[in-house]
Design a protein around this ligand. Structure first.
Ligand code: FE
Length: 198
């Protein structure tokens, strides 16, 4: 089969946020969808490599902020290119606490949804969370950013002087001569086979 056909599926882009005690964290995801209207339910699939994954699994609650076309590449880098295991992603980043005490992002987003996990399914590399929507607000009228829009308009191409390997999916640059065979892109979690040499 032509695996490229999978890239023609349309996706939105979101910041998934969670709380574990005093620790707040968030990551970028493209796997949110509403699955039923009544009851109002969503599903979200999260890579187990993400620290936010463990927090959602433990707390059973999360928010998703819906990224809009005015979102900055910096926001993707902030939530996607570094891990909350090493840094506090909310130390300097503007956010608002929703009623569930979990942050949502107001910069470059057009809404947020709060949800409570009712079921989780172990998919091996990922966990699929099924959740009841408990709250949500529209924040702006700017259209939602699709994954395709991100590729064409938001992500920055690596500059000429960049050396190493670039992820063909999200443009993350691995700034080293060698790319380990088991390397996983820290932003989009795609494997080494989706990287090309700069
Ligand atoms: Fe990537």
């Amino acid at each position: 089969m032509d695996k490229k056909v999978m890239r023609n599926i349309s996706y939105g882009l979101f910041i998934l946020t969670a709380r574990d005690g005093d620790k707040l964290n968030g990551c970028v995801t493209n796997t949110l969808q509403q699955v039923t209207t009544s009851p109002n339910r969503i599903s979200i699939t999260v890579n187990k490599e993400n620290y936010t994954h463990d927090m959602v699994l433990k707390a059973g609650e999360f928010n998703v902020s819906i990224l809009s076309e005015d979102a900055k590449f910096d926001t993707f880098k902030h939530f996607g290119f570094q891990t909350g295991r090493d840094i506090d992603k909310f130390e300097d980043f503007p956010m608002v606490l929703a009623k569930n005490d979990i942050p949502y992002i107001t910069d470059g987003t057009n809404g947020y949804i709060s949800a409570k996990v009712i079921h989780s399914i172990d998919l091996g590399s990922h966990t699929l969370f099924l959740a009841d929507v408990t709250d949500g607000e529209v924040l702006s009228s700017v259209p939602s950013a699709t994954y395709d829009y991100y590729h064409k308009n938001i992500k920055e191409s690596p500059d000429e002087k960049s050396k190493g390997w670039v992820c063909k999916i999200c443009s993350y640059v691995h700034p080293h001569e060698d790319l380990p065979a088991d390397f996983i892109c820290p932003l989009c979690k795609h494997p080494a086979s989706d990287f090309e040499k700069l």
